[in-house]
Ligand binder design. Structure first.
Ligand code: GDP
Ligand code: ZN
Length: 295
């Protein structure tokens, strides 16, 4: 029996990387019966076949820490949310939405702020002020200066990471700098492949030469928070949660209630206005959706 991790799943075969090499595996039928099919990212136990030591059978799936839906992958340790400090300037509403998605999925987000070679106005300091206060980790990188992605490499090492963020911020450049030839399959590209070859779209983990894996398709490409309840959105702003105990009402939504400590912290500058603005916009959007549904 050997331990491994599934890095690719295709046409009923699972490809498992182990300490001694890669194996092509089938899964025990019992998983299908239990409706618990293996996923890319699963840590598994494999029984190596008698006839070929390159083939095996998955006999056990270890408990998953998290399960990502799109792309379907298990045990992602962290989401690297990439934005540029300049060209294009970050859309903080979108950034906050991605953070909500991470909080809701239970995946640790890390803010990767790229193009710091262009950051002559030190926007990074501003971003640090907002997001460190919210409890998030930030790193600044640049693909245009030597050693500009070293800090990111240290973060990627020995973890399973998924990259998110809008196009043009430098995701491909970053991945290519970290490891040559590594790039994300964009939706457009894999759809083309799908049409051309009639294969199903699939997600893979790409092994990093220095340890760890990167999911080869971007995460959170659909940006809908439609499925997230208002109370959950509220809980996805960690710095609000820390103050909600002091709000006069237990069910305070922090919108216009009297005695709201979140709003008070806003006046004090303890909670950053741009975070609150995003929050309010998400809540209003949810309420609007609810109204439309009840018609
Ligand atoms: P993606 O769409 O997020 O994958 O972004 P790309 O990797 O395609 O990069 C978009 C543009 O930003 C390209 O023209 C890159 O050359 C440029 N770029 C990427 N990283 C940096 C950086 O660190 N500094 C500067 N100045 N430009 C960068
Ligand atoms: Zn409140």
């Amino acid at each position: 029996m050997v331990d491994g991790i599934i890095y690719k799943a295709l046409s009923g075969f699972y490809y498992v990387t182990t300490a001694t090499g890669n194996l092509e595996c089938r899964a025990r039928g019992v998983f299908r019966i239990q409706k618990n099919s293996p996923l890319v990212g699963d840590y598994v136990e494999v029984e190596i076949d008698q006839e070929s030591d390159l083939k095996g059978t998955i006999v056990k799936i270890k408990e998953r820490t998290v399960e990502f839906k799109r792309p379907a992958v298990a045990n992602v340790d962290q989401a690297l949310i990439v934005f540029a400090l300049k060209n294009p300037t970050p859309n903080l509403n979108l950034l906050d939405k991605l953070l909500v998605m991470c909080e809701n999925t239970g995946i640790e987000p890390i803010l990767v702020l790229n193009k710091h070679d262009l950051d002559d106005a030190n926007f990074y300091a501003e971003m640090t002020k907002i997001y460190e206060a919210s409890g998030y980790k930030l790193i600044k990188v640049s693909t245009k200066v030597p050693g500009g992605t070293d800090a990111l490499k240290a973060v990627l090492k020995d973890k399973i990471s998924v990259f998110c963020g809008p196009s043009g911020v430098g995701k491909s450049s970053i991945l290519n700098t970290v490891q040559q030839g590594l790039k994300l399959k964009t939706g457009e590209l894999s759809e083309k492949i799908q049409r051309g070859k009639h294969t199903t779209r699939h997600t893979e983990l790409v092994a990093l030469s220095f340890g760890g894996f990167v999911v080869d398709t971007p995460g959170f490409t659909s940006l809908a928070i439609d499925d997230i309840e208002i109370d959950v959105i509220k809980a996805c702003f960690p710095e609000f949660q820390a103050r909600a105990d002091k709000c006069r009402f237990d069910d305070c939504l922090h919108i216009d209630e009297p005695g709201c400590d979140v709003i008070r912290s806003l006046d004090d500058g303890e909670i950053h206005f741009s975070r609150y603005q995003s929050y309010k916009q998400f809540i209003y959007q949810k309420k609007e959706d609810r109204r439309k549904k009840s018609w």
